[in-house]
Design a protein around this ligand. Sequence first.
Ligand code: GZL
Length: 327
Amino acid sequence: MLKKISAAMVGGLLLASTLAGCGGDDGGSGSGGGDDKITLGFSQVGAESGWRTANTKSIQEAAAAEGIDLKFSDAQGKQEKQIEAIRSFITQRVDVIAFSPVVESGWDPVLKEAKDAGIPVILTDRAVDSKDTSLYKTFLGSDFVEEGKKAGDWLAKEYQGKSDPVNIVELQGTPGAAPAIDRKTGFEEVIKTDPKFKIVASQTGKFERTSGKQTMETFLQSVKDIDVLYAHNDDMGLGAIEAIEAAGKKPGTDIKIITVDAVKDGMTALSENKINFIVECSPLLGPQLMQLVKKVKNSEEVPTRILTEETTFTPEQAKAALPDRKY
Ligand code: GZL
C-alpha cells in the first residue's frame, strides 16, 4: 500500500510542478505558478554613451527596487541582436517585454510575434516607425524634435541681430535612430528661418566620443570657417572638443558648441565654457518604466505616449546643477 500511495503522490507532484513550469493555471506568461513575481525582458541598445550607461543603471536599479525579475540583454548597437533577444524573451514566456529600439524601422515582424504570444511590449527612450500602434502598449521617452528645436532656438538668440554667415557643422547620432533623425529635423526647422545659418557639413559620429572626435577632425580639415558645432549628444561633443583643442582652437569660443543629453561629463565641459548650451534628455526612465510594467502586466490601461520631463542648461546653470547631478 505504502508503495502505491508514494507512486501516486510522486506522479501528482510531477504533474503539478510541470503545470507550474508552463505558466501555471493562469494560462498567462512569465513566472506564473505560485509566486506572482513579474518577469521583465529588456533589450538595451548597447553602451555607446554616458547617457546609455546611466539609462541601464536606472532600469536595473528600478527593477531591483520593485522586486521585478529583470532579464537584461545588451545588443551592442545591433538590431539583429535586439530581435534575437525579443524572440528569446517570448520563448521564456516573460510577463512583459520592454526595449529601446536602436533604429526606427524593421520591428513589425518580431513585435507581431510578441503580440501573438500575448506578451505586452513597452517602448522606452526611442520610438519605432511602425504604423500598427497595437504592437506596443506605450512609448516612454523624450520628444527629440523638441530637443532639436531648443538647440536651434538658442542659436537663433545667440546670433540675433547679426547678419554675417554662420557656418554650422553637425555630428549626427546613429544612422536611422529616432533621436538622430528627429534632433536634426527640429534643429533645421528653426535655423531654416534665417538664411545666415548654413549647415556646411553633417556626418554621423554614432553617438560615440571617439567617432565624434574623428568626424570633427575631418570637418576641421575640410571646412574653412566653422562657427558652430551642433552635436546630437554630449559624448560626440566631448570627442569634438579634443579635436578642436588639438587643432589649436578654443572650444566654446572659436567654435560655439551645442549638445544634447546633459550627462555629468557634458555638464562639466559646459561649466568650463567649452560647451555653450546643452539640451537635457533624461536617461532616468527606470522608475516610470517599472510602474508601467506592473500596470500592463495587470492589463491596466496606460497612456499610449508618456513624455519625459527635461530642461536646458547654460554654463551658469550647469555650475549650480552639477553638485546634485544624478548622472
Ligand atoms: C536619447 C538616446 C540617445 C542619447 C545618446 O534618448 O536614445 O542615445 O542622446 C544615446 O547619448 O546614445
